[in-house]
Design a protein around this ligand. Structure first.
Ligand code: NAG
Ligand code: NAG
Ligand code: NAG
Length: 226
Protein backbone atom coordinates (compact mmCIF):
# COMPACT_ATOMS: atom_id res chain seq x y z
CA UNK A 1 0.00 0.00 0.00
CA UNK A 2 2.83 2.33 1.04
CA UNK A 3 4.89 1.47 -2.03
CA UNK A 4 1.95 1.76 -4.32
CA UNK A 5 1.28 5.34 -3.26
CA UNK A 6 4.98 6.16 -3.80
CA UNK A 7 4.76 4.91 -7.39
CA UNK A 8 1.61 6.79 -7.98
CA UNK A 9 3.26 9.99 -6.75
CA UNK A 10 6.29 9.58 -8.95
CA UNK A 11 4.75 10.60 -12.31
CA UNK A 12 3.32 13.59 -10.52
CA UNK A 13 6.83 14.63 -9.49
CA UNK A 14 8.08 14.51 -13.06
CA UNK A 15 5.13 16.63 -14.04
CA UNK A 16 5.89 19.15 -11.33
CA UNK A 17 9.62 19.28 -11.97
CA UNK A 18 9.56 21.59 -15.03
CA UNK A 19 7.37 24.12 -13.25
CA UNK A 20 9.65 23.94 -10.21
CA UNK A 21 12.56 24.81 -12.52
CA UNK A 22 10.64 27.72 -13.98
CA UNK A 23 10.00 28.72 -10.40
CA UNK A 24 13.74 29.15 -9.91
CA UNK A 25 13.83 31.81 -12.64
CA UNK A 26 10.86 33.50 -11.03
CA UNK A 27 12.92 34.56 -8.03
CA UNK A 28 13.46 37.78 -9.98
CA UNK A 29 10.76 40.33 -9.20
CA UNK A 30 8.01 40.78 -11.78
CA UNK A 31 6.54 44.14 -12.74
CA UNK A 32 3.40 45.11 -10.88
CA UNK A 33 0.45 44.77 -13.31
CA UNK A 34 -1.31 48.02 -14.09
CA UNK A 35 -4.53 48.65 -12.17
CA UNK A 36 -7.69 48.25 -14.26
CA UNK A 37 -8.26 51.98 -13.91
CA UNK A 38 -5.74 54.71 -13.36
CA UNK A 39 -4.82 58.25 -14.18
CA UNK A 40 -1.21 59.18 -14.82
CA UNK A 41 0.43 62.39 -15.85
CA UNK A 42 3.47 61.76 -18.00
CA UNK A 43 6.26 64.08 -18.94
CA UNK A 44 7.62 62.91 -22.25
CA UNK A 45 10.75 63.75 -24.16
CA UNK A 46 10.35 62.78 -27.82
CA UNK A 47 14.08 62.85 -28.22
CA UNK A 48 14.07 62.05 -31.94
CA UNK A 49 12.38 65.37 -32.71
CA UNK A 50 13.57 67.28 -29.64
CA UNK A 51 9.95 67.94 -28.67
CA UNK A 52 8.46 67.81 -25.21
CA UNK A 53 4.97 66.68 -24.33
CA UNK A 54 2.84 66.22 -21.24
CA UNK A 55 0.22 63.52 -21.49
CA UNK A 56 -2.68 62.69 -19.26
CA UNK A 57 -3.47 58.99 -19.49
CA UNK A 58 -6.85 57.78 -18.32
CA UNK A 59 -6.68 54.00 -18.62
CA UNK A 60 -10.02 52.36 -17.99
CA UNK A 61 -10.22 48.68 -18.86
CA UNK A 62 -13.74 48.07 -17.46
CA UNK A 63 -15.05 50.81 -19.76
CA UNK A 64 -12.91 49.52 -22.63
CA UNK A 65 -11.33 52.91 -23.14
CA UNK A 66 -7.93 54.54 -22.89
CA UNK A 67 -7.80 58.31 -23.26
CA UNK A 68 -4.57 60.21 -23.87
CA UNK A 69 -4.67 64.00 -23.70
CA UNK A 70 -1.41 65.03 -25.33
CA UNK A 71 -0.09 68.51 -24.96
CA UNK A 72 2.92 69.35 -27.07
CA UNK A 73 4.72 72.52 -26.24
CA UNK A 74 2.71 75.52 -27.52
CA UNK A 75 0.59 73.32 -29.77
CA UNK A 76 -3.05 72.23 -29.92
CA UNK A 77 -4.17 69.61 -27.44
CA UNK A 78 -4.23 66.29 -29.26
CA UNK A 79 -6.83 63.77 -28.11
CA UNK A 80 -6.25 60.08 -28.58
CA UNK A 81 -9.16 57.90 -27.57
CA UNK A 82 -8.54 54.18 -27.89
CA UNK A 83 -11.36 51.68 -27.68
CA UNK A 84 -11.39 48.02 -26.82
CA UNK A 85 -12.95 47.27 -30.23
CA UNK A 86 -9.63 48.19 -31.88
CA UNK A 87 -10.51 51.71 -33.08
CA UNK A 88 -8.45 54.72 -32.05
CA UNK A 89 -9.29 58.34 -32.83
CA UNK A 90 -6.66 61.06 -32.89
CA UNK A 91 -8.21 64.49 -33.02
CA UNK A 92 -8.01 68.13 -32.12
CA UNK A 93 -10.89 70.43 -31.31
CA UNK A 94 -11.25 74.10 -32.08
CA UNK A 95 -10.12 75.73 -35.30
CA UNK A 96 -7.80 72.95 -36.49
CA UNK A 97 -10.50 70.26 -36.36
CA UNK A 98 -8.10 67.53 -37.23
CA UNK A 99 -9.09 63.87 -37.02
CA UNK A 100 -7.38 60.64 -37.83
CA UNK A 101 -9.26 57.41 -37.07
CA UNK A 102 -7.07 54.34 -36.95
CA UNK A 103 -7.98 50.66 -36.89
CA UNK A 104 -5.42 48.73 -34.88
CA UNK A 105 -7.47 45.56 -34.94
CA UNK A 106 -6.67 44.86 -31.28
CA UNK A 107 -7.94 46.38 -28.09
CA UNK A 108 -6.31 48.09 -25.15
CA UNK A 109 -2.98 47.11 -23.65
CA UNK A 110 -3.57 44.57 -20.87
CA UNK A 111 -2.61 45.35 -17.27
CA UNK A 112 0.06 42.62 -17.53
CA UNK A 113 1.52 43.85 -20.82
CA UNK A 114 4.97 43.62 -19.19
CA UNK A 115 4.66 39.94 -18.35
CA UNK A 116 7.60 37.89 -19.69
CA UNK A 117 9.94 40.85 -19.54
CA UNK A 118 13.57 40.41 -18.56
CA UNK A 119 14.70 41.66 -15.18
CA UNK A 120 17.78 43.87 -15.35
CA UNK A 121 18.25 44.60 -11.65
CA UNK A 122 18.02 47.75 -9.57
CA UNK A 123 18.97 51.21 -10.75
CA UNK A 124 18.48 54.74 -9.62
CA UNK A 125 16.57 57.02 -11.94
CA UNK A 126 15.34 60.52 -11.19
CA UNK A 127 16.20 59.96 -7.51
CA UNK A 128 14.15 56.75 -7.16
CA UNK A 129 15.60 53.31 -6.55
CA UNK A 130 13.86 51.15 -9.15
CA UNK A 131 13.52 47.64 -10.45
CA UNK A 132 14.20 47.71 -14.18
CA UNK A 133 12.90 45.36 -16.85
CA UNK A 134 13.10 45.25 -20.60
CA UNK A 135 10.77 43.56 -23.01
CA UNK A 136 11.71 42.58 -26.55
CA UNK A 137 14.23 45.43 -26.69
CA UNK A 138 11.29 47.79 -27.18
CA UNK A 139 10.73 49.12 -23.71
CA UNK A 140 12.72 49.70 -20.54
CA UNK A 141 10.45 49.98 -17.52
CA UNK A 142 11.38 51.44 -14.11
CA UNK A 143 9.28 50.66 -11.03
CA UNK A 144 9.90 52.13 -7.58
CA UNK A 145 11.25 49.41 -5.29
CA UNK A 146 9.35 50.67 -2.22
CA UNK A 147 5.96 51.70 -3.59
CA UNK A 148 5.87 49.50 -6.77
CA UNK A 149 4.66 52.51 -8.75
CA UNK A 150 5.93 53.07 -12.29
CA UNK A 151 8.54 55.83 -12.38
CA UNK A 152 9.67 55.87 -15.98
CA UNK A 153 9.64 53.95 -19.21
CA UNK A 154 11.73 54.39 -22.32
CA UNK A 155 11.05 53.15 -25.82
CA UNK A 156 13.67 51.84 -28.21
CA UNK A 157 13.34 54.92 -30.41
CA UNK A 158 14.46 57.20 -27.59
CA UNK A 159 11.05 58.38 -26.37
CA UNK A 160 11.26 58.73 -22.58
CA UNK A 161 8.22 58.85 -20.30
CA UNK A 162 8.50 60.13 -16.74
CA UNK A 163 5.56 59.39 -14.45
CA UNK A 164 4.69 62.59 -12.58
CA UNK A 165 1.48 61.39 -10.95
CA UNK A 166 0.00 57.92 -10.71
CA UNK A 167 -3.49 57.45 -9.29
CA UNK A 168 -4.83 53.89 -9.26
CA UNK A 169 -8.62 53.78 -9.47
CA UNK A 170 -9.05 57.33 -10.77
CA UNK A 171 -11.48 57.60 -13.66
CA UNK A 172 -12.31 60.31 -16.13
CA UNK A 173 -15.44 62.39 -15.75
CA UNK A 174 -17.80 60.66 -18.14
CA UNK A 175 -20.10 63.57 -18.89
CA UNK A 176 -19.01 63.77 -22.53
CA UNK A 177 -18.54 59.99 -22.96
CA UNK A 178 -15.40 60.65 -25.02
CA UNK A 179 -17.01 59.85 -28.30
CA UNK A 180 -14.99 61.23 -31.20
CA UNK A 181 -16.30 64.57 -32.58
CA UNK A 182 -18.43 64.73 -35.70
CA UNK A 183 -15.58 65.81 -37.94
CA UNK A 184 -14.10 62.34 -37.46
CA UNK A 185 -17.06 60.89 -39.34
CA UNK A 186 -17.66 63.47 -42.09
CA UNK A 187 -16.72 62.18 -45.52
CA UNK A 188 -17.42 63.88 -48.86
CA UNK A 189 -17.67 67.58 -47.90
CA UNK A 190 -14.15 68.67 -47.28
CA UNK A 191 -13.91 72.02 -45.56
CA UNK A 192 -10.19 72.15 -46.03
CA UNK A 193 -9.40 71.51 -42.39
CA UNK A 194 -9.57 67.78 -42.09
CA UNK A 195 -7.41 66.42 -44.86
CA UNK A 196 -6.02 63.88 -42.44
CA UNK A 197 -9.36 62.17 -42.18
CA UNK A 198 -9.25 58.63 -43.57
CA UNK A 199 -5.65 58.97 -44.71
CA UNK A 200 -3.00 56.61 -43.49
CA UNK A 201 -0.40 57.74 -40.99
CA UNK A 202 1.82 59.06 -43.77
CA UNK A 203 -0.99 61.18 -45.17
CA UNK A 204 -1.94 62.34 -41.71
CA UNK A 205 1.61 63.44 -41.17
CA UNK A 206 1.45 65.71 -44.24
CA UNK A 207 -1.62 67.51 -42.97
CA UNK A 208 -0.38 67.64 -39.41
CA UNK A 209 3.34 68.22 -39.70
CA UNK A 210 3.97 68.70 -35.99
CA UNK A 211 1.73 65.88 -35.00
CA UNK A 212 1.24 62.31 -35.53
CA UNK A 213 4.26 60.32 -36.49
CA UNK A 214 5.82 60.14 -33.04
CA UNK A 215 2.46 59.32 -31.53
CA UNK A 216 1.99 56.56 -34.03
CA UNK A 217 5.38 55.15 -33.08
CA UNK A 218 4.44 55.43 -29.43
CA UNK A 219 1.28 53.44 -30.01
CA UNK A 220 2.96 50.94 -32.25
CA UNK A 221 5.50 50.29 -29.52
CA UNK A 222 2.69 49.36 -27.19
CA UNK A 223 0.90 47.35 -29.83
CA UNK A 224 3.86 45.17 -30.64
CA UNK A 225 4.08 44.16 -27.01
CA UNK A 226 0.58 42.82 -26.59
C1 NAG B 1 15.41 65.53 -24.05
O1 NAG B 1 16.28 64.48 -24.46
C2 NAG B 1 17.45 64.94 -25.10
C3 NAG B 1 18.24 63.73 -25.58
O2 NAG B 1 18.48 62.84 -24.54
C4 NAG B 1 18.27 65.77 -24.12
O3 NAG B 1 19.42 66.28 -24.76
C5 NAG B 1 17.41 66.93 -23.62
O4 NAG B 1 18.12 67.66 -22.64
C6 NAG B 1 16.10 66.44 -23.05
N1 NAG B 1 15.26 67.58 -22.73
C7 NAG B 1 14.62 67.70 -21.58
C8 NAG B 1 13.89 68.97 -21.36
O5 NAG B 1 14.60 66.81 -20.75
C1 NAG C 1 -15.54 51.30 -31.56
O1 NAG C 1 -16.17 52.01 -30.50
C2 NAG C 1 -16.16 53.42 -30.64
C3 NAG C 1 -16.75 54.01 -29.37
O2 NAG C 1 -18.03 53.52 -29.10
C4 NAG C 1 -16.91 53.83 -31.89
O3 NAG C 1 -16.88 55.23 -32.06
C5 NAG C 1 -16.25 53.13 -33.08
O4 NAG C 1 -16.99 53.43 -34.25
C6 NAG C 1 -16.22 51.63 -32.87
N1 NAG C 1 -15.50 50.99 -33.97
C7 NAG C 1 -16.02 49.99 -34.67
C8 NAG C 1 -15.16 49.44 -35.75
O5 NAG C 1 -17.12 49.54 -34.42
C1 NAG D 1 -18.34 66.13 -14.49
O1 NAG D 1 -18.63 67.12 -15.45
C2 NAG D 1 -19.91 67.72 -15.28
C3 NAG D 1 -20.16 68.64 -16.46
O2 NAG D 1 -19.03 69.40 -16.77
C4 NAG D 1 -19.97 68.44 -13.94
O3 NAG D 1 -21.24 69.01 -13.74
C5 NAG D 1 -19.67 67.43 -12.82
O4 NAG D 1 -19.61 68.09 -11.59
C6 NAG D 1 -18.36 66.72 -13.07
N1 NAG D 1 -18.17 65.65 -12.09
C7 NAG D 1 -17.04 65.48 -11.45
C8 NAG D 1 -17.00 64.32 -10.50
O5 NAG D 1 -16.04 66.16 -11.62
Amino acid sequence: MERLSLYSVFPLLTLLLPSAMIGLHCSDPAPMPWPERFHALLYMNLTATGELMVTDIWYDLPRGRNVHLMQRQLDDLLYNVEWENGTSFYYTLGSTRYCHPKQWGIGLPRPDWLADSTYLGRRYTDGFLCHVWTKLDFVWYYEDVDTRRPVRWDFFDGVTNYVMTFEPGASLNDSQLWQAPSHCFSSGEDDGNDHGNKHDVQGAHESNPKGLDMKAIFDLNFRRLI
